[in-house]
Design a protein around this ligand. Structure first.
Ligand code: BES
Ligand code: ZN
Ligand code: ZN
Length: 466
């Protein structure tokens, strides 16, 4: 499907129009629409085939409503027989409409043995003054495509997407987008004393990998950013094995790693004057004779020791070593980590919202704004000293799980905080995307599978810095 910007509305087979209850009153097809029972309710459609007209109900002319309605519209258009369609856009709604079309129309078909034919080939976005919105158009397409790139990797099975193939994919992206790429395999990780990360991957038949991609702008960088992603290509829980029902979907435990690859792809194509480092800790958490165990004490890269009380709290063990490495290797202005870290984050915020944790309220505010501009939902989960105490261990410096179950997303964030150096406390934020990264039923512009959570949010935040 091709999306083009044009000033000429006469070239497409069908016209898509967004209609509120108010604008319905003056709609030229209002009589036919009302006969068909169309009341302009949000996300309702009415196809007038003989008029080549698709009416889409929206509550208000705002981004959230337009994004959602465009997602519904594109699904219907894809199952119709038209070759082309046009949507009227303007500078206030073009981003939302593109997100609806690209992300709402996304399908992952790699494992389907037969493919359905889709007649719809061209989408025209019609506006009066192309020049005025050309840049917005191009940027929205880059960001939506990068989101689909992230979704594709998340949706890939754990057999096809394992730590070494993750590294291979990152190298391919580096080549295509002219990024620098280094990968540390297990012998290099051992030299780096990343023994917590290595312990998590020990029972896997796939070697753990630390991926590092760098984008350097042509002009002097205005800021340097480190992005860190949890890349658990499968999380069985390890010896603290997950129940069968909870294990299904755990290929998505790499979504943080996939998101940071999508982010660096977007930033390099937007050509922002920001230096970006993307790190992925790619590991598989499995069971076996050489699996790491509850009762083990791990010596992390930082030298701090961790008592393992639950091998299913593995993401933090990977991230603590990667965060320590990152802080030593890159002198960044900001450090952001993305991880499907806790089921507790979903309990706290629901399935649709990314949990944000960290010390700097100013930095969090920057992301509330990015959330408004991107349509990705974020919610802050506050640290406090009482929860921090729950990570105490009697045998090691710290335990990998809290002594009490409440506030589990925050105690996981506080575990990571133990590995953030004092001088970096205000530069760091942790994003728990356990709920927002994957869905089994469609919502907003998300369809079954990976959502690409984080990519639109971070692109919007970094655009505001550049
Ligand atoms: N990958 C999971 C978190 C998760 C759960 C992500 C559900 C997406 C959906 C993580 O490694 C995990 O298992 N966390 C445990 C932590 C607990 C043992 C303290 C959890 O959330 O139950
Ligand atoms: Zn786990
Ligand atoms: Zn996990």
């Amino acid at each position: 499907m091709n999306i083009k910007l044009t000033e000429n509305k006469n070239i497409a087979d069908v016209c898509v129009e967004f209609i509120t209850k108010d604008t319905l009153k003056s709609q030229k097809h209002k009589t036919t629409l009302s006969k068909a029972g169309f009341g302009a309710e949000q996300d309702t459609l009415c196809f007038l085939h003989e008029k080549k007209f698709l009416a889409c109900g929206i509550e208000k002319q705002n981004s959230d409503d337009l994004r959602s309605a465009s997602s519904v519209a594109i699904k219907t258009l894809k199952s119709a027989k038209y070759k082309s369609a046009f949507f009227n856009v303007n500078e206030n709604n073009i981003q939302a409409v593109i997100e609806g079309i690209v992300l709402g129309g996304y399908e992952y078909t790699k494992y389907k043995s037969t493919s359905k034919t889709i007649d719809l080939k061209e989408i025209y976005l019609v506006c009066k003054d192309i020049k005025k919105i050309q840049k917005q158009f191009e940027e929205a397409i880059i960001i939506a495509d990068a989101t689909c790139f992230t979704r594709d990797i998340v949706n890939t099975t754990p057999e096809d997407l394992n730590p070494p193939s993750f590294a291979k994919l990152a190298k391919k992206l580096a080549k295509e987008n002219k990024l620098e790429c280094t990968v540390l395999n297990e012998s290099k990780l051992a030299q780096e004393k990343m023994d917590a990360m290595l312990a998590v991957g020990r029972a896997s038949r796939h070697e753990s990998q630390l991926i590092h991609l760098t984008y350097k702008p042509k002009k002097k960088a205005k800021k340097v950013i480190s992005l860190v992603g949890k890349g658990l290509t499968y999380d069985s829980g390890g010896l603290s094995l997950k129940p069968s029902a909870s294990m299904v979907t755990m290929k998505m435990d790499k979504a943080g790693g996939c998101a940071v690859l999508g982010m660096i792809k977007a930033i390099s194509e937007l050509k922002l004057d920001i230096e970006v480092h993307a790190f992925v800790g790619a590991v598989e958490n499995m069971i076996g004779g050489d699996a790491y165990k509850p009762d083990d004490v791990l010596v992390t890269r930082s030298g701090k020791t961790v008592e393992v009380r639950n091998t299913d709290a593995e993401g933090r063990l990977v991230l603590c070593d990667v965060l320590d490495y990152v802080q030593e290797k890159v002198d960044a202005d900001y450090i952001f980590d993305f991880a499907t870290l806790t089921g507790a984050c979903m309990v706290a915020l629901g399935q649709y919202t990314t949990g944000v944790m960290g010390h700097s309220n100013k930095l969090k505010h920057g992301f509330y704004e990015a959330s408004n501009n991107s349509g990705e939902l974020v919610g802050s989960l506050p640290f406090n000293r009482h929860l921090k105490k729950l990570l105490k261990s009697d045998i090691a410096d710290i335990s990998n799980v809290a002594a009490k179950p409440y506030g589990g997303a925050i105690t996981a964030g506080l575990f990571l905080d133990n590995f953030i150096k004092d001088e970096n406390k205000d530069k760091w934020l942790h994003f728990d995307i356990a709920g927002s990264a994957y869905t089994e039923s469609p919502w907003d512009c998300n369809v079954y599978g990976g959502t690409g959570a984080g990519v639109r949010l971070m692109s919007s935040f970094l655009k505001s810095l550049a």
